[in-house]
Design a protein around this ligand. Structure first.
Ligand SMILES: [Zn+2]
Length: 313
């Protein structure tokens, strides 16, 4: 869970935490930037268009989270210089870990699917750009037909409501796993959210084929009671949306067995993380990572007794 203490966030900010350049527009290796640059140039760096088989897909930037490298969130129980060494080897600052936030949009005929909704309103994030990113991709919120939540944390459900408390995607069915919904429903601090989305919620059994041939749930246990990744298919092509199976593109992938404060059942989450990374590597899956550097597309490769992230670009 992103239960980052406000003080930790302030420490990160005071320490001069900076973005890792994830919002810079880059030439596309597997996709293309969206629309002519003349229309809304500021928004285009927040949208990355690619394909899943015959489907149109878009990485939609919502925002950023910076986490101080103080041993309280990543690499709990590990010497701090171990985390710093991995960050330095990747060319990253060693005092802060940067997490991007980019929900995924997929168009399939008349259906418009959105995977997670970003961190609008969350105090630990600089976020809330999803509505603008969505529009820059040519989609109005009312056109979204299906939302797939990986889990209930605020950086994934934050965009479900407008600042006024209305449904941000009024025509969308909201899919989440049965155990995740059961856990969310009883949280008193999200009563407003639960009340607003209840008429739209459609629960599924872990690992269910939710939209057969298109979207299949992939249970990844331990992060939350019903955390789910998703596999999106088109013909022979597949994309694995990892959810929060892995948070940081270096630490989570290269040291999947290290404890992360966000994981509710850390040992179970660590085993699930390793298993999913192994499967992604074994099957050479195209992977979408909601918190890796934008646009979060790439592959997992085996490296020694763990793994490494190989981004598309
Ligand atoms: Zn998250």
């Amino acid at each position: 869970m992103l239960r980052i203490q406000f003080s930790m966030l302030m420490i990160a900010l005071l320490a001069g935490a900076t973005l890792s350049g994830c919002s810079k527009p880059q030439p596309a290796a597997t996709g293309t930037p969206v629309a002519p640059a003349a229309t809304h140039p500021a928004a285009h760096s927040d949208v990355f268009r690619f394909r899943i088989g015959t489907l149109d897909a878009f990485a939609l930037k919502d925002g950023d989270i910076d986490v101080a490298n103080d041993g309280k969130t990543f690499g709990i129980g590990q010497p701090s210089d171990q985390v710093a060494a991995l960050l330095a080897a990747a060319g990253q600052p060693t005092d802060v870990l940067h997490l991007s936030i980019q929900p995924l949009l997929v168009r399939s005929g008349a259906r418009i699917l959105l995977f997670d909704t970003g961190a609008a309103g969350a105090t630990f994030a600089r976020a809330g750009r999803l509505p603008a990113s969505l529009r820059a991709a040519g989609v109005q919120p009312s056109q979204v037909t299906d939302i797939f939540l990986s889990h209930r944390h605020p950086d994934h459900v934050g965009g479900l409501l407008t600042p006024e408390g209305a449904l941000a995607f009024p025509n969308a069915t909201i899919h989440l796993s049965i155990p995740e919904w059961e856990a969310l429903k009883v949280k008193a601090d999200v009563a407003t959210l639960v009340s607003a989305i209840t008429p739209k919620v459609a629960t599924f059994q872990p690992n269910a084929a939710i939209l057969p041939g298109l979207v299949t749930a992939v249970a990844v246990d331990g992060h939350t009671p019903g955390h789910s990744a998703y596999e999106i298919a088109s013909g022979n092509e597949r994309l694995l949306y990892m959810g929060d199976a892995a948070h940081h593109y270096v630490i989570s992938v290269q040291r999947p067995d290290w404890t992360v404060q966000y994981d509710q059942d850390a040992p179970l989450a660590q085993a699930s993380r390793r298993a999913l990374l192994q499967r992604a590597a074994d099957e050479n899956l195209h992977v979408y990572a909601v918190h890796f550097p934008f646009p979060g597309l790439g592959h997992i490769k085996v490296q020694g007794d763990s793994f490494v992230w190989v981004p598309d670009r």
